[in-house]
Design a protein around this ligand. Structure first.
Ligand code: ZN
Length: 337
């Protein structure tokens, strides 16, 4: 087979020579002029549909920028052929109803969430380089975080390189319906870089994802997920579900690593294998109710539910997803009558 008919299956590694902040395409490493060649972290259709362009987003250093200003360098080719094509698919799937997200295949969903998450990570790093910024916990010095993002970026390159994940799913994705009150915004988003958790809500459809866990969280949370997706949740219930994902992701002790199989002439797709380094024999650290309750308290801030209330029964933290007998609850309003 002629070389020209074989797709380029070479991976780019911006972490090898720390090119993360260089003026190069985030996806392929081609030198670009970032003032001209860039791609918005949150797609233009998303900004437009939810009126986000001028909406503020808070960064780790407590500074604020707007959703519309978050950009990462991207060459015209990757922009058009890869990022643009992906966004077109997601835009089309959700044009009538955000519930159309469920029609997307797993890889498309992973790449769509992953592109935003990676874009935020890079934007945070860029911020740290500004001379007046003195972050309390600089990302750039966090080696563990970097090795996580390096692994994550390998599978994220399925955006550009035709890639198959052999018998694994790199992240856990949960999609839930939520009953919004009249004051609830149409769009919501939060993330935690350290635990690789990203969550976004389009109207009544919420996606919560741990982007680097080889689907382990979805596996251990299978029952909770099935119960939660069986009915639209009250926002206080969605917050509890998110607390379980955030805290669960924090407990993961084994971080997946990925390995591309050697490419033979004529190969049309790059196959990725995975390896879970669980030398301790367990992939999750033990659950601690106190630590979980603190996560819950943080996510329940809008409802002002304090730690004392959450831990009234220290062995069974307060739940709005389940009643005292372990059955799924339906909550129409808060406070619960
Ligand atoms: Zn590129």
């Amino acid at each position: 087979m002629a070389a020209s008919s074989s797709p380029d299956l070479t991976l780019y590694d911006p972490f090898a020579r720390m090119q993360l902040l260089a003026p190069v395409c985030f996806l392929c490493g081609t030198p670009v002029d970032p003032a001209r060649d860039n791609v918005p972290v949150f797609a233009p259709w998303l900004l437009e549909r939810y009126g986000l362009a001028d909406k503020e987003i808070r960064l780790l250093d407590q500074s604020t920028t707007t959703f519309g200003e978050l950009m990462i360098p991207c060459c015209p080719r990757c922009h058009q052929q890869h990022v643009g094509a992906l966004e077109d698919r997601v835009e089309a799937a959700t044009a009538d109803d955000p519930a159309g997200l469920r029609q997307l295949d797993e890889q498309t969903m992973f790449l769509w969430l992953g592109k935003m998450f990676y874009g935020i990570f890079v934007s945070e790093l860029v911020r740290e380089q500004e001379p007046l910024i003195k972050p309390r916990y600089p990302l750039a010095e966090n080696r563990q975080l970097f090795s996580r993002f390096r692994s994550f970026f390998q599978v994220l390159q399925a955006l550009r390189v035709r890639m198959e994940y052999d018998d694994f799913t790199p992240g856990s994705v949960f999609i839930l319906d939520v009953n919004l009150g009249p004051d609830e915004p149409e769009f919501a988003y939060d993330d935690d870089l350290a635990t690789m958790v990203f969550s976004i809500r389009l109207g009544r459809v919420a996606i919560i994802s741990c982007l680097l866990d080889n689907d382990m969280l979805r596996h251990v949370m299978q029952r909770v997920y099935e119960d939660a997706r069986a009915r639209p949740l009250h926002p206080v219930q969605l917050a509890e579900f998110k607390a379980r994902v955030y805290y669960g992701a924090y407990l993961i002790s084994a971080i997946p690593e990925f390995f591309p199989r050697p490419v033979k002439p004529g190969d049309q797709v790059l196959v990725m294998d995975t390896f879970l380094d669980d030398v301790t024999g367990s992939v999750f650290n033990p659950w601690d109710n106190m630590a979980y309750a603190q996560t819950l308290e943080e996510l329940w801030l809008p409802w002002k539910i304090d730690l004392r209330t959450i831990l009234q029964n220290p062995r069974e933290p307060l739940s709005y997803l389940y009643d005292a007998d372990g059955y799924p609850r339906t909550i129409a309003e808060f406070p619960v009558a």
